[in-house]
Design a binder for this molecule. Sequence first.
Ligand code: GLT
Ligand code: MN
Ligand code: MN
Length: 388
Amino acid sequence: MSNDKYAPKPEHKFTFGLWTVGNRGADPFGTQVRAKLSSVEIVEMLAEVGAYGVNFHDNDLVPIDSTAAEQDAIVRDFKKACDDNNIKVPMATVNLFYEPIFRDGAFTANDTRVRAYAVQKTMRAMDLGAEFDAETFVLWGGREGVETDACRKTTDAIKRFREALDYLCEYSKSQNYGYKFALEAKPNEPRADIYFPTTGAYLAFIETLENKEMVGVNPEVAHEQMPGLNMSHAVAQAWEAGKLFHIDLNDQVPGRYDQDLRFASVSPKQSFWLVKFLEDVGYQGMRHFDAHAYRTEDYDGVKDFARGCMKTYLILKDKAERWNKHEEIGSILAEIEGANKDNHVGSFTQDGAASLLSRQFDRAEIASKGLKYERLDQLTMDILFGVD
Ligand code: GLT
Ligand code: MN
Ligand code: MN
């Protein structure tokens, strides 16, 4: 079949959360439209569509009021399902946003009991993930924010968040879990304003941690695009800092509520640059789809959604290879490279600075020549449209 090259394989590292394909279509204005699937059924579905792994929040797998015996049974059944279906658990996370106790935040809440409970809940979620050999632990602080800044000093929130992270890193070390923490930013929703609204904000914060080498980021397409930012730029900055520990792929119209749409279904061109970046640099981590099917769908539609995420990724990967090999694109890139070659200022030296200060620049001449970016972009479009 001509489409076989777009079939997902384990080496593609495609993963989904229990909460993504298990999403039942509820929204703030309407109730669930799909029946609840068990975690085991979700694993079977992921195996059927060709995913590599499954991720979960503590309470996606183990309901919050479960007894120890219930938890043991759930873990046993889920482990068996993962083994039987050859599905891995590369990432675990903790739900610090659903329960009323987190209405004022979790690690940043004003009540010390809430903060202590949030750390305890995270430690237990880390224990749970470790049972499945999860390597990455994602922290999305959905409730770490405000409706009114009257409630606390923002600097206190930052200090509290740091204290929690420092504690959790030490806990991971004490248990030999080997976790890498990946912090996931989002500017708003469900809070009016969430602290650390962008991936860049987290990258700066991480440098202030006691165990900063254990902590990186988990950028999400939708969360960068909600405020109109460029996801590829956020990812590139994280990568360049050695901090791209995980990634959440989906899609989003800028300026709207968090849509979590099928990967690349809204912005194929931006998604192309993202896939091209990940493939060009040799990102080895998981390609996690943090998205869900339209509310119009039944579970066949959910499979269409999941298959669509993976297929589109592979199509864009294929297009990126085509782009990299394209002759005319190559010659324009060579010209760009040519302009980048000579007379760079280099590192600062006294002599170099003196010579730079005395150098003459012919501004008109330098600015006179077209840069061919229009052509370059149209060639990109031709590839994306499949006419080249
Ligand atoms: C929630 C959120 C996602 C996060 C998940 C991890 S939970 O679905 O919208 O972006 O990645 O906590
Ligand atoms: Mn999202
Ligand atoms: Mn996410």
